[in-house]
Design a protein around this ligand. Structure first.
Ligand SMILES: Cc1cc2nc3c(=O)[nH]c(=O)nc-3n(C[C@H](O)[C@H](O)[C@H](O)COP(=O)(O)O)c2cc1C
Length: 137
């Protein structure tokens, strides 16, 4: 199913039967993104490969969320959280993201992020929490 825009807002949705996937190098530069990533973020694949993952960063996201993400994936090898992402246009989409560290056979570290549809009550709780955290930045 394609990504769908809400009729009354700039929010985009995807199906709970699908997932948004991306992989980065150890510095967060995009190595791979699946079709749904490209579609919901509004980019062509060639516009994403080699770019930093903050290309989809939404200004409503508090800095501390990504500080925690990087700390956890480097120390524990995984992180999970709810993220509001920005599209190439003015749109946005919410995801429940799990980021995993992978050690390739050549010893190189990459990070893989799998994103599924978040629970709506959790999104609503994050809207309040992130806005409070942003106001303290
Ligand atoms: C595998 C992986 C996936 C990531 N996915 C996202 C994402 O979907 N949205 C996002 O804003 N940042 C994501 N990040 C974090 C970004 O690399 C970056 O730290 C964040 O956007 C904050 O940007 P800034 O460091 O320029 O403030 C991801 C990082 C990794 C390693």
């Amino acid at each position: 199913m394609p990504a769908i825009k809400d009729k009354n807002s700039n929010e985009w949705y995807f199906s709970s039967d699908e997932y948004i996937l991306s992989e980065t190098d150890e510095h967060g530069m995009i190595l791979y993104a699946n079709n749904l990533f490209c579609e919901i973020a509004g980019y062509k694949i060639e516009e994403l490969i080699g770019e930093p993952h903050n290309i989809v960063r939404h200004l409503d996201m508090p800095k501390i969320a990504f500080k925690g993400l990087w700390k956890d994936i480097r120390s524990k090898g995984f992180w999970t959280g709810v993220v509001k992402n920005k599209r190439k246009d003015d749109g946005f989409y919410w995801v429940h993201s799990t980021v995993l560290r992978r050690i390739q056979t050549n010893g190189k570290i990459t990070y893989l992020s799998v994103r599924v549809v978040p629970d709506r009550a959790t999104v609503n709780a994050c809207i309040s929490l992130y806005s409070e955290l942003k106001s303290k930045e």
